[in-house]
Design a protein around this ligand. Structure first.
Ligand code: GN1
Ligand code: MG
Length: 361
């Protein structure tokens, strides 16, 4: 179907190649190459996750218009490059094409001369990941919340994930292997952590701001010549939330040198020097809008987002892999054990990480 879908989006020259990109866990993604060398991204939106794809596309348009207007008035410092993926209209001028099976396909511009990585390549790269996230937060800081639809209710609400886990854990029929038992015990021991950010939000300590929602390291695009961060792609979850979700996600993904897909659980480690570099880059852009209460919750955010993602993968394993795309049975369990090991490594280095946070301010 991807061949047919690719042809619904008018482009300047003939399609010569369609290659699947399997790095995403939600949508199906393809890189389409044209005869003139241009490329675009074709995606089939996951309707189980995003039940209203029209709203996702409308948000992306509003986001892009806002950023374009803002950059036209105030370009980034030192002539830095910044790019926003553009939605390519289908033949009927819609933002998507609906195939005969009712699946939604969309096309997005490919950002030229850019690439991303699944793991941090150096401290300089980590600094740029942070700088990119800070830039992104600045660019959307004044995007009015009422312009954005909530495309994924409950996203990053950890107590909600825990309640869902409890429902699934009470009724699942997954085999209780040693690894499943280990996961169950891990969650049990950390139940109390889940509400730390939502409690602070409810108490009025942490404000809602527009956020990206999914700024993991491989969504931060780097210029292939300068190595500078020039874009954060994957805009499906741009909506109001806590910047802590984004900071936590950036750090949990970029400070894990073995990456999300390793099976070497015992060797998984959270690397504080990378965290220091990311926070340094982030704060360069974000220092002026963060409050003391925001700083006070940074460590909690780093630990929580690793735990939360582990919990989400683990729940999905128990539920039979209904949310995250999985290559094989057990894949989501493996991913969960990686995040749990990362969470443990964060906990073991709490004093070091708190010191880094305090020193970077
Ligand atoms: C999912 O689709 P992808 O890979 O960008 C997930 C994120 C997780 C991430 C972990 C909408 O993102 O929340 O952090 O997997 N996105 C959604 O790799 O649930
Ligand atoms: Mg995503």
């Amino acid at each position: 179907m991807e061949d047919k879908a690719a042809r619904q989006f008018p482009v300047a020259s003939e399609i010569v190649e369609i290659q699947q990109d399997t790095t995403g866990n939600i949508n199906k993604t393809y890189r389409v190459t044209l005869a003139d060398g241009e490329r675009f991204i074709l995606q089939r939106i996951n309707k189980v996750v995003f039940t209203q794809p029209e709203l996702v596309m409308r948000n992306i348009r509003r986001f892009s218009e806002h950023v374009a207007r803002k950059l036209a008035v105030t370009p980034l410092d030192k002539g830095r490059r910044w790019e926003t993926p553009q939605v390519l209209a289908a033949q009927d001028q819609q933002d998507f094409w609906i195939d005969p099976e009712g699946e939604y396909w969309r096309a997005l511009s490919f950002i030229p001369r850019s690439r991303s990585y699944n793991t941090a390549q150096s401290e300089t790269h980590a600094y740029e990941v942070g700088f990119g996230l800070g830039t992104f937060h600045n660019l959307i800081s004044d995007l009015p919340a009422e312009q954005l639809a909530d495309t994924l209710p409950g996203f990053h609400i950890a107590p909600g994930y825990l309640a869902h886990f409890d429902r699934i854990a009470a009724s699942h029929s997954t085999e209780l292997t040693a690894e499943v038992r280990q996961g169950l015990a891990f969650v049990e021991a950390r139940r109390g952590l889940a509400s730390v950010l939502e409690d602070a939000k409810a108490a009025g300590k942490l404000p809602l701001r527009p956020i990206h929602g999914d700024p993991k390291i491989n969504n931060v695009m780097m210029d292939t010549t300068t190595g500078q961060a020039i874009s954060i792609i994957d805009l499906d979850t741009v909506k109001p939330g806590l910047v802590h979700y984004d900071i936590g996600d950036g750090l949990r993904s970029a400070c894990n040198p073995l990456g999300e897909e390793t099976k070497d659980f015992d060797a998984v480690r959270f690397e504080p020097e990378l965290a220091k570099a990311i926070l340094g880059g982030y704060l360069e852009q974000a220092r002026h809008f963060l409050t003391p209460a925001d700083y006070d919750h940074l460590f909690d955010a780093i630990r929580l987002i690793a735990f939360e993602l582990g919990l989400r993968f683990f729940t999905d394993h128990l539920a039979g892999d209904v949310y995250f795309l999985a290559d094989h049975r057990g894949h989501n369990l493996e991913r969960a054990l990686v995040q749990f090991a990362l969470c443990k490594s964060i906990e073991d280095q709490e004093a070091t990480l708190r010191k880094i946070i305090a020193d970077t301010l």
